[in-house]
Write a protein that binds this ligand. Structure first.
Ligand SMILES: NC(=O)c1ccc[n+]([C@@H]2O[C@H](COP(=O)([O-])OP(=O)(O)OC[C@H]3O[C@@H](n4cnc5c(N)ncnc54)[C@H](OP(=O)(O)O)[C@@H]3O)[C@@H](O)[C@H]2O)c1
Length: 306
């Protein structure tokens, strides 16, 4: 298990970050209804104060709002965390040169001269993965980012990108993938094992199952909105037992189900990046860093989530 996570070429950080898709997103997360900019500001501060040292954003989150807010909060607070952003391969981005343009626009919104980690958000056409990989290498060589990686890439897609980057002596620092107690596909496909063998950091996104694993939702009271409420609908049968087990383990530790779900990700040697809408959520999630699940508890969680 990792006490810290190290991306190639970057300082080690605690094995939990903060996701910021929520900051500015009205469509899925309801930005402006119950939480707004001051809550994001407080979440940023609470995350730093609780020892978290990585913020994950993307150009598409809140159509640039998330990057802009991180830029403002970054200037106003110390210490400085790692900042990760991503390029979305929109279908009208038909040439690989558009990646550098997108990266420079992200840097401008963030008010930074250089990113810590820049990712290709999805492995989608029309530009080939090999071409995008060439641009990732170029971004790295130009010093626009200290490390590069990918997101939502399968094992074979990751190997294609790795091959191109290796020609330039640039490591694939991370693959950001959906991984949680309701989505264990990366274990079954061999992707997680391959990443761990190759020293590629597995950044676990939606580690709380978009809220389903926090203990505040159930099949009778699902998360708000069509997308979130339908997200893990195929897991309907196993969900009640999983939620019950999370609750029992949480109680035994004086912890919350969310902390147990995040700790499970950490003890699977991944870097969970839970989204936080406010300081309470950011601080609560950071509690997973000081939790320790026993071997038996990990086996129980593996069993009920299988
Ligand atoms: N690369 C990609 O394609 C990709 C895709 C998805 C996400 N991501 C990244 O991963 C991050 C995390 O994933 P996610 O946002 O999809 O889902 P998540 O982290 O599984 O769930 C986050 C949501 O859970 C609830 N929550 C969080 N902490 C809580 C706490 N301590 N107690 C109670 N409720 C809590 C909040 O929603 P409510 O308060 O509304 O319940 C919060 O918005 C994103 O922010 C983004 O940075 C990347």
């Amino acid at each position: 298990m990792n006490d810290s996570i190290q991306f190639p070429g970057l300082s080690p950080i605690p094995p939990l970050g903060i996701g910021t898709w929520q900051w500015g997103d009205t469509l899925v997360w309801g930005w402006g209804k119950g939480y707004a900019e001051n809550d994001a500001r407080e979440a940023y501060r609470a995350g730093l104060e609780s020892g978290l040292r990585l913020f994950d954003t993307a150009e598409v989150y809140g159509l640039g709002k998330s990057e802009r807010m991180i830029g403002e909060f970054y200037q106003a607070n110390n210490p400085k965390p790692l900042v990760v952003s991503k390029m979305f391969p929109f279908p009208w981005r038909f040439s690989r040169q558009q990646m550098l343009r997108a990266l420079r626009a992200s840097l401008k919104r963030l008010g930074l001269p250089q990113l810590d980690l820049y990712l290709l958000h999805w492995p989608w056409p029309p530009v080939s993965l090999e071409s995008w990989a060439e641009s990732l290498a170029e971004a790295y060589q130009l010093g626009l980012t200290k490390a590069v990686g990918i997101s939502n890439h399968s094992l074979s897609q990751m190997e294609r990108v790795s091959k191109v980057l290796a020609k330039h002596n640039v490591p694939v620092a991370a693959n950001q993938i959906e991984y949680n107690l309701l989505q264990r596909g990366p274990e079954r496909s061999g992707l997680l094992a391959a990443m761990q063998a190759e020293g590629i950091v597995a950044m676990a996104y939606s580690p709380l199952g978009m809220g389903w694993l926090t203990g505040k939702y159930s099949l009778d009271t699902p998360p708000p909105g069509r997308y979130r409420s339908q997200r893990y609908v195929t897991r309907k049968e196993s969900l009640p037992q999983l939620l019950k087990t999370l609750e029992q383990i949480a109680q035994a530790h004086g912890a919350t189900p969310a902390q147990v779900a995040l700790r499970w990700c950490i003890q699977k040697d991944t870097l969970p990046i839970p989204g936080a809408k406010n300081a309470r959520q950011a601080q609560g999630n950071a509690g997973a860093l000081s939790l320790e699940l026993s071997k038996d508890e990990m086996i129980r969680l593996d069993f009920v989530s299988a």
